[in-house]
Design a protein around this ligand. Structure first.
Ligand SMILES: NC(=O)c1ccc[n+]([C@@H]2O[C@H](COP(=O)([O-])OP(=O)(O)OC[C@H]3O[C@@H](n4cnc5c(N)ncnc54)[C@H](OP(=O)(O)O)[C@@H]3O)[C@@H](O)[C@H]2O)c1
Length: 281
């Protein structure tokens, strides 16, 4: 395994960040921080299994260890465990976390009050929902000031998540909606690519050709949308000629209620995020 490339050093004082839970998201964050020039000496990761700790240490050149060891020294703690493991992790680290620490909850459904309530008085919490394109610095991270968080805290967290992609600030009350839209969002696009590839096969194209056509069309459309700044309706109308092929397809999408399905699907995801939050309480 080769060491991850690192960027130019970041300016100014750099807090010691402890990523608690080095699974998929934790590793994305570690790699992203290093890519953004965060010094490896200012980053630690907490693991449950020593084997995983050794793997992360070898791959990124950072200190790894059990959560209580990392949480005792880190100035900014990032919670990156599954929702069902969050309470146990907080109880594990609470006795060693000094008062007044900044804690970033990257856990779906884990509200800042829940986090602050299980850690020493004065703990400040920022909530973040990111997504998997963060792996290639194309993530979308939504930040919310939670219990006790200051404007400076949001700046620190924004600086940490900027190497992972775009960032936006939203009120914490909107985090369940964000989870439904951009947190789960990549899955909807992958689902669409899968379905369109199947359609290509139905039309007689080899699977690989259909896949390549759709992936590049997805990338091109996304970049056009972002870089032109034009409304999606305008861009769609530009490919929809009178009595043409596109409008025939669009009619079928309407007949099959695809728009209504999107609305219902995202509402279901938002409701599930709320349910997970309620189960944690
Ligand atoms: N993956 C995503 O795209 C994504 C996107 C946005 C948000 N999130 C959020 O990120 C969180 C983590 O998701 P994930 O996909 O990264 O899960 P994951 O791959 O299962 O990673 C969680 C990691 O936390 C470790 N862990 C659990 N309890 C621990 C403890 N007490 N001390 C140290 N390590 C501990 C687990 O160790 P073991 O290996 O021993 O189980 C595992 O490696 C979730 O809450 C999710 O809502 C994920």
């Amino acid at each position: 395994v080769t060491a991850a490339p690192t960027g130019p050093p970041v300016d100014g004082p750099v807090p010691l960040v402890g990523v608690l839970g080095a699974g998929k998201l934790g590793e994305i964050l570690v790699a992203g921080l290093l890519r953004g020039g965060w010094p490896a000496t200012r980053l630690q990761a907490a693991v449950r299994r020593p084997g995983r700790g050794a793997e992360i240490a070898a791959r990124y050149g950072i200190v790894t260890g059990p959560a209580e060891r990392v949480a005792a020294v880190a100035e900014v703690l990032v919670l990156a465990v599954k929702p069902q493991d969050a309470a146990a992790l907080l109880d594990q680290v609470a006795p060693v976390v000094p008062a007044g620490r900044l804690v970033v909850s990257a856990v779906a459904g884990l509200g800042s009050e829940f986090v602050a309530g299980r850690l020493p008085t004065g703990t400040r919490v920022v909530r973040v929902m990111t997504n998997t394109p963060a792996r290639i610095s194309q993530g979308m991270s939504a930040l919310s000031a939670g219990t006790g968080a200051t404007a400076e805290d949001l700046d620190v967290v924004e600086r940490m998540f900027t190497p992972l992609g775009a960032t936006v600030r939203v009120p914490e009350s909107q985090q369940d909606a964000v989870t439904a839209l951009s947190g789960s969002g990549p899955a909807y696009f992958f689902y669409l690519v899968e379905a369109m590839t199947d359609a290509g096969i139905l039309l007689g194209l080899p699977r690989q050709v259909a896949h390549d056509l759709i992936v590049q069309t997805a990338v091109g459309s996304a970049l056009l949308l972002r870089e032109s700044g034009e409304h999606p309706v305008t861009l769609r109308e530009a490919v929809t000629s009178p009595a043409g092929t596109t409008i025939s397809a669009v009619r079928e999408l309407e007949v099959h209620g695809v728009r209504a399905a999107m609305l219902a699907a995202l509402e279901a995801a938002r409701d599930r995020a709320r349910e997970i939050a309620a189960e944690l309480r």
